[in-house]
Design a protein. Structure first.
Length: 416
């Protein structure tokens, strides 16, 4: 049985919002005396709140992480998943020693190579080649070891033409290519990767995912991977950890962790979009509701049944017709189908639109909806992962029998 290389006990990290300090000199002195001189717990942390970014709290101290406990064994690939603000990046920074914990303890056995953001550990004035040697020295490697890996790193990164150019002139994609190549090839026992691979192109992302799989399975090194791409987590990782508002929500096999995250009741129960692009015209999506054929609100639907998707918008007086559109994605972030008034050439002059799907075609599983509003070629609003819904097995063909093939979608057909 593999021995633990990372052990986290009662780990917590608190941050103070706004200005640093308690607000008065006397309380600052009291805090210093209690924590630094007497060595006791900070009394002001007792009023801290969980890190729910969507609501306004009463305290100016939030717990980005609170009482986290887990162990990771050598050779495991672990996916850390959760919503934005759940504490994933904070956890990786603590494990990488970028910042220290407020309370708790981290025990790490082996050297850590971290890729937390674009160009982590790079000096902008140094060339790509010089930064490879710099990163290796930081990891405690000898020059001979780095030189032995140099050609392999440069070849993997695909930036050979620019390797003697200062990295301040690199694009963000070139930065990521070289940074990942350095972190993956230098001799560290633990590789920590945050959601930075999204910057690279599709070909390089595939290359990186394959390399991380090889690192954990082929080389017996430990990988910690933060991603919102559930398919990547399932493919690479054997274990998953789910964080929610800075707290430990689930730990288990990666498939079970993804299922827990995507079927979480809190996620399904309300519309809470991440507005990625809002125009200056004050027109935005305010609500999305899933309705059955009787126009009653539902969170679960059956394959083959009629559903209605109602989209409401807020505007300061809609003067021109606009296009409504939605995209349906499965829990692995794979697009399933797209419906838009653009294909019908019928923009709508309304603050509420209803899309009717006579027979829901997708198989059982969890799905989410991205929605957008457009006027001509201009995107007025784009709500990502706006609402989740769960599809259960239904009687799509009205025969009581479904094909044994359980992937993709159902469609009407006829045999002759």
């Amino acid at each position: 049985m593999s021995s633990p290389v990372i052990k986290v006990e009662n780990l917590s990290k608190a941050y103070q919002l706004g200005k640093i300090g308690t607000g008065t000199i006397s309380r600052d002195i009291e805090r210093f005396w209690i924590t630094k001189v007497m060595g006791k717990e900070d009394p002001f942390l007792k009023i801290g709140e969980t890190n729910d970014r969507s609501v306004k709290g009463q305290s100016d101290i939030v717990w980005s992480l609170k009482d986290i406990n887990f162990e990771i064994n050598q050779g495991e690939a672990v996916g850390i998943i959760g919503k934005n603000g759940a504490g994933k990046s904070t956890l990786l920074k603590l494990l990488s020693r970028v910042t220290g914990p407020t309370t708790g303890e981290i025990k790490v056995k082996g050297r850590i190579a971290s890729l937390l953001e674009v160009g982590t550990g790079f000096h902008p004035e140094l060339t790509g080649k010089e930064n490879i040697y710099l990163n290796g020295a930081i990891l405690g490697m000898r020059k001979k070891e780095i030189t032995r890996k140099l050609d392999e790193i440069i070849d993997f990164s695909g930036v050979e033409r620019y390797i003697d150019t200062p990295v301040k002139r690199y694009s963000s994609g070139m930065y990521v290519r070289l940074a990942f190549a350095v972190a993956a090839h230098l001799e560290s026992e633990i590789l920590i990767v945050d959601e930075v691979l999204a910057v690279g192109d599709a070909e390089f992302q595939k290359k990186c995912l394959g390399k991380m799989g090889d690192i954990s399975k082929g080389q017996g090194r430990t990988v910690l991977f933060v991603s919102h791409n559930m398919a990547s987590v399932k493919n690479i990782c054997s274990k998953g950890i789910v964080l929610e508002n800075g707290q430990f929500a689930f730990s288990g096999h990666s498939d079970a962790a993804v299922d827990f995250y995507t079927s979480n009741k809190e996620i399904n129960s309300f519309f809470k979009p991440l507005h990625q692009k809002t125009s200056p015209k004050n027109i935005k999506i305010s609500d999305i509701t899933i309705l059955n054929r009787d126009f009653k609100k539902v969170e679960r639907i059956l394959s083959g049944e009629t559903i209605n998707i109602k989209i409401k918008i807020e505007s300061s007086g809609l003067k021109k017709p606009i296009h409504f559109g939605i995209g349906i994605y499965n829990q692995d972030d794979v697009p399933q189908f797209h419906c838009s008034t653009e294909s019908l050439l019928t923009p709508l002059l309304t603050d509420e639109a209803i899309l009717t799907i006579p027979k829901w075609p997708l198989i059982e599983g969890n799905y989410y909806i991205n929605a957008y509003l457009r006027e001509g070629k201009e995107t007025l609003d784009y709500a990502q992962e706006a609402i989740w819904l769960t599809c259960e097995k239904g009687d799509f063909y009205n025969t009581g029998v479904l094909p044994s093939w359980n992937k993709g979608f159902y469609c009407d057909y006829e045999w002759r």
